[in-house]
Write a protein that binds this ligand. Structure first.
Ligand code: SF4
Ligand code: SF4
Length: 133
């Protein structure tokens, strides 16, 4: 099994710093890959990343909610969305995303749609090369 970063991720980056096998990387380019992604083949299922996420975006793969009920106001970030987000990451550096949308209270979202992108980022996308910049 692996852990999955879902579209509730707003690139805080804290998870990547605690991962003991360094298998969490920032997606690039952001418009196409707006999240951080976990390499499913390297993740050792330790769970250390979960409490680090201020947006509760990380789940064990078999617990990613197919029916996530929004508290209201939280953002999802997926390619093609057009909402704007500005915040700061774990280190206080600026984070800007133009692929977000605010969820309405009670809105139900299928976060399992994000499972495949964690695989794709490493199998079809830039993978670990995004750490080279
Ligand atoms: S800590 Fe959460 S918001 Fe930050 S990069 Fe990891 S999954 Fe994304
Ligand atoms: S569960 Fe552990 S090994 Fe897997 S991504 Fe999170 S911190 Fe890394």
């Amino acid at each position: 099994m692996t852990y999955i970063i879902t579209s509730l991720c707003l690139r805080d980056g804290g998870c990547a710093e605690v991962c003991p096998v360094e298998c969490i990387v920032p997606g690039k380019p952001q418009a196409e890959w707006p999240l951080y992604y976990i390499d499913p083949d390297t993740c050792i299922d330790c769970g250390a990343c979960v409490p680090e996420c201020p947006f509760e975006a990380i789940f064990p793969e078999d617990e990613v909610p197919a029916q996530y009920t929004a508290k209201g106001g939280e953002l999802i970030s997926r390619p093609g969305l057009t909402g704007h987000y500005e915040g700061t990451n774990h280190h206080g550096d600026n984070v800007v995303l133009d692929t977000t949308r605010a969820l309405a209270a009670g809105e139900v979202v299928d976060l399992t749609e994000d499972n495949q992108s964690n695989y794709d980022y490493f199998q079809k996308g830039p993978g670990y090369s995004s750490l080279e910049d």
